[in-house]
Write a protein that binds this ligand. Structure first.
Ligand code: GSH
Length: 212
């Protein structure tokens, strides 16, 4: 079987999710970094986002579609819950992450630290402060969702947890995010378990001060 090729920079949370799915499913993948917005990038993703994927003749964009595809073709245990209700809960979380939590945790909070650092600039305290309430609210919502259960959609790891782990790791790198997670024991418990999985370790190797 051809190797999965994922296009995008390794630190991207969505790229990390796609990589975790590949590892969980026992599928070898190669990561092809690309310059965001370049002609090569727009060729694989017309909307200029990451990741994109190629697997033989199959070309995909959108992390959710990539994750579903890898889940079906990979030999590892299924990452879909066993019941209709639990599968719907998984979809609900993937959709809420794509539509709301990526914005509250990453775009409007963590990236307010990360993007200025690329330019060697300090973060804007007003922009950080503006993002904190929604970040805190959604960390608390994840905490409530994990209360008393090992995974978001029940007893079994599903794709939804693999969307959560990278964005929570991203939030945890910054002071208000770290403090919010410290107030979220259920989320912290699950995040620690997810971070100990081989898929997380491999998708984060060499990133954020971690060993290669
Ligand atoms: N709906 C897309 C979102 C992907 C996305 O927003 N990726 C971010 C990186 S984590 C990105 O491409 N950012 C670059 C930009 O917005 O210019 C998916 O699920 O794959």
């Amino acid at each position: 079987m051809n190797k999965i090729v994922l296009f995008g920079p390794a630190p991207s949370s969505y790229v990390r999710t796609a990589r975790m799915v590949c590892v969980e499913k026992g599928l070898e993948h190669a990561l092809e970094p690309l310059e965001l917005g370049s002609a090569a990038h727009l060729k694989v993703h017309p909307w200029g986002k990451v990741p994109a994927m190629r697997h033989g003749d199959v070309q995909l964009i959108e992390t959710s579609a990539i994750a579903r595809y890898v889940d079906e073709v990979g030999p590892g245990p299924s990452l879909l819950p066993d019941t209709a209700a639990a599968r719907a809960v998984m979809e609900q979380w993937i959709s809420t992450i794509n539509c709301y939590l990526y914005d509250s945790l990453v775009r409007n909070y963590a990236l307010k630290y990360i993007l200025p650092s690329f330019r060697g600039a300090a973060p804007d305290p007003q922009e950080i402060a503006a993002g904190v309430p929604a970040m805190q609210r959604d960390v608390a919502r994840l905490d409530a969702a994990y209360a008393g259960r090992p995974f978001l959609a029940g007893d079994k790891l599903s794709l939804a947890d693999l969307f959560v782990a990278p964005i929570v790791q991203t939030v945890s790198m910054f002071p208000e995010g770290k403090a919010a997670i410290a107030q979220a024991p259920e989320l912290a418990r699950v995040q620690a378990a997810l971070e100990s999985r081989a898929s997380f370790v491999q998708a984060h190797a060499g990133l954020f001060g971690r060993a290669k």
